[in-house]
Ligand binder design. Sequence first.
Ligand SMILES: Cc1cc2nc3c(=O)[nH]c(=O)nc-3n(C[C@H](O)[C@H](O)[C@H](O)COP(=O)(O)O)c2cc1C
Length: 315
Amino acid sequence: MNDIVYDTLLGAAIKAPSGHNSQPWLFSLSADGSGILVQPDYSRRLPVLDPHDRELYISIGCAVENMCVAATGMGLSGVVRMARDGGVLVSFNVNGDVAPSELIAAIERRHTNRNEYDGTEIPQQVADLLVACDATLYARGSAQFCAVRDSIVEADNVIYGDSRSRGELKGWIRHNRKETESMMDGLGYDVLGIPGGVPVWVSRMATSMALKAQVQSRSDVRKFMSSPVVAAFAAPDDVEGWVQCGRRLQHFLLTAAMHGVACAFMCQPCEVDGIAASLTSQLGLPGRVQVLLRIGHAAPPPAYSRRRPLASFKK
Ligand SMILES: Cc1cc2nc3c(=O)[nH]c(=O)nc-3n(C[C@H](O)[C@H](O)[C@H](O)COP(=O)(O)O)c2cc1C
């Protein structure tokens, strides 16, 4: 694979979502030069919120799916398999039958949208395409939608009531313009709606006050209830299950972006093992609930999350 193809595929991969925008991936060319090995960057893991690296591997699955979609634009098809050392190997083959995916343009366009949604319904035709990505959709007003809402409140109490979780999250918040633009990762001031020019200590004080269970769950419930649909992704609870789940998730997010549907993660219930188990059985899902997304329509987000330079991901 030449440098242009390699950089095009990596450029697509790093636009994938990741927990706290940690960007926990490293890339290298496979030994024969025809594939890309994606490995976890454990220096960017979230030991408190994600002690088993479940979300880290889901994020890697999202990056792999972006690469496979982008590859179709160059007449390549990607074959994905787990590598021995916890990495994922994507082999790319020239394939005359491969047509450029209609999702390519959505790789750039997709962003998490944490705004309140306007409540308008998802057209049935689009909902059908989203269900085909192997997600389960629950409409507002259904018993399952209410079960997810209650589990978010319960999980917010656990997560924001725990000083270690709050500390980890604070470590990924980039408190002002200077910090955001020097780090190019994490949750930027503008993505979170923090004024950019204030000294870091002022911003830290304000975020500490906001990171309280009651404040967060009130805001989460308001946003959740503004969304006409919640999507749940369930999968086996192992590395391969997480990577495959990430691929399905990214396909869903790209499909949604292509149709102008906004998505925001509401993964708190998936991040507390006991709550995830109880929600999985209430919803009757196979495997374990891994990701929850509220979906709908909304104004664009105030800002987009940054990515670090491509070179910093090359091993
Ligand atoms: C597995 C996973 C879990 C996530 N969980 C949450 C969440 O619970 N709440 C949230 O606001 N964002 C969550 N995110 C979204 C990330 O914060 C977001 O992808 C990242 O900041 C990059 O922004 P972008 O998606 O706009 O590119 C999650 C992302 C992934 C991949």
